[in-house]
Structures are given as structure tokens and as C-alpha cells.
Design a protein around this ligand. Structure first.
Ligand SMILES: [Zn+2]
Length: 266
């Protein structure tokens, strides 16, 4: 009996390990999602900013070409002014020169304002691009680390599953059946009894059942939670705490019937 109990406990431990590793392996890939989303968002913003900047630069180029053309027109007007033969021609030509000068100066001051602003935007865009590059390489590093972690988890899983299968192979079918059905319902299938209290559901066992457990001639189940039970001090003299989370005592109505007899063959 003692051997069977040891195998059952090994099975429980291996099952918990398999579950833990599976959960970790499933959750791991999602951990970098927030960073990936942030990066995509930043990249979209940067793309929009750089499209706007390109538009501004195209406008500046067109504006500069206009100014160049007006300078040519100014030269022609100035020549006309020099060649003017009477005061009427002189008056018209000087008005034209004045108009061209004003128009060129207006355009130039506007161009200057826009150029200054776009210079600042360019610098800002460059620094943001650098930040995004930094984030991207950070992501790449994290992905590499994660791949390694995942490989380790999978290797651990192979090991844990082998240990579980070995333990399952060693446990007799009758106990396995009870263990599996209780595990499915309650999370785990075998619980220790400390000072007459089932550590799975915290119910005090009937004294006669506790006495049967002391003889270790059979494996019994807890009348309340149905878990396979054993006296902790007989298997594991160390007073370490129960690993699995016990359910709250109020969650189950206390069952009054004694342990089932089917669990007493040895
Ligand atoms: Zn119990």
C-alpha cells in the first residue's frame, strides 16, 4: 500500500508539473504582444508624420521655384525701368518693380517660417525613428530570449510527461480510476490527513477511518471530497505545507457516510 501511495503522490506531482509547464508555455508567446502593438502604433504615427513632411517639402520646392520665376520677372521689370523713356513709362515700370519685390519678400518670409517648422519636424522625426529602432531591437532580443525559454519549457514538458506516464504505469488501475475522476472534478486526487483532518477539504475524518489509515493496509477516500487519503506522518514525516490550494470548507456540504469499502482491498 505504501508503495502505491508513493506512486500516486509522484503522479500528482508530475501532473501538477505538466500543468504548470503547459500553462507557462501557452502564456509565454502572448507576453510580447503589448510591445508588438505599441511598435505597430508608433510606426503608423511615424509613417503619417513622414508623409506630411514630404508634402511640406514638396510645397517648399514649388514655392522656391515660384520665387525664382518672380526674380526673373523682377529683372525684366528693372530693365524696363532703366530703359524707360518718359515719366509715364517710368511710373508704370517702377510700380511693377515694387509689386514684384513685395511679392518676392512675402513669399520668402512665408517660406522661411515653413522651412523652420519643417526643420524642427525633421529633427523630431529622426529622433523618433531612432526610438522606434531601439524598441524594435529590444523586441528582437526579447523574442530570441523567449524562443529559448519556450524550448526549455518544451524540454521540461517532455521530461514531466515521461515522469507522469511512468507514475501512471506504476499505479494500480483501481486507484488510478478514483484519482482521475477526483482530479478532474477537484483539481487533484490525493490528499494527506494531518491530525485527523483531510487537507483536501479540511474536514475532520471519522475517527475509525483515521485509525484505518494508521494501519496503512488500504487506501481510503475522504467521505467529503472523495480524494484518496493517507496519513501524512506515515509517508512524509517532514512538516511541509500542502502544495495545492485547498477549497474553502464551506463550499461543500459535509457528507456523513463513512469511506467506501471498495477502497479497502490491498
Ligand atoms: Zn477531503
Amino acid at each position: 500500500m505504501r508503495e502505491q501511495l508513493v506512486f500516486l503522490l509522484q503522479l500528482q506531482q508530475a501532473d501538477a508539473k505538466v500543468r504548470e509547464l503547459e500553462t507557462a508555455a501557452n502564456q509565454l508567446p502572448g507576453k510580447l504582444e503589448p510591445l508588438r502593438r505599441d511598435l505597430a502604433k508608433l510606426q503608423t504615427m511615424l509613417d503619417a508624420e513622414s508623409a506630411k513632411l514630404a508634402e511640406t517639402n514638396a510645397w517648399r520646392k514649388a514655392q522656391q521655384e515660384l520665387i525664382d520665376r518672380e526674380r526673373d520677372a523682377l529683372k525684366i521689370a528693372q530693365n524696363k525701368l532703366q530703359a524707360s523713356k518718359n515719366s509715364k513709362e517710368f511710373g508704370a515700370a517702377s510700380r511693377e518693380v515694387e509689386n514684384k519685390r513685395k511679392s518676392i519678400s512675402d513669399r520668402e518670409s512665408e517660406l522661411k517660417k515653413v522651412s523652420e517648422a519643417s526643420g524642427a519636424s525633421t529633427a523630431q522625426l529622426e529622433s523618433r525613428n531612432k526610438d522606434v529602432d531601439g524598441l524594435r531591437s529590444q523586441l528582437a532580443e526579447s523574442e530570441a530570449a523567449q524562443a529559448e525559454q519556450l524550448a526549455q519549457l518544451h524540454a521540461g514538458l517532455v521530461e514531466a510527461r515521461a515522469a507522469r506516464d511512468a507514475a501512471r504505469g506504476a499505479v494500480e488501475k483501481q486507484w488510478l480510476k478514483i484519482y482521475d475522476s477526483v482530479s478532474q472534478k477537484k483539481g487533484y486526487g490525493i490528499a494527506s490527513v494531518v491530525k485527523g483532518v483531510c487537507q483536501g477539504c479540511h474536514m475532520a475524518l471519522p475517527p475509525q477511518l483515521n485509525n484505518i489509515l494508521a494501519r496503512m493496509e488500504s487506501i481510503e477516500t475522504c467521505p467529503r471530497c472523495g480524494r484518496l487519503v493517507y496519513r501524512k506522518e506515515l509517508l512524509d514525516p517532514k512538516p511541509d505545507p500542502e502544495p495545492a490550494a485547498a477549497e474553502p470548507a464551506a463550499a461543500e456540504p459535509a457528507a456523513a457516510e463513512p469511506a467506501t469499502d471498495e477502497a479497502s482491498s490491498s
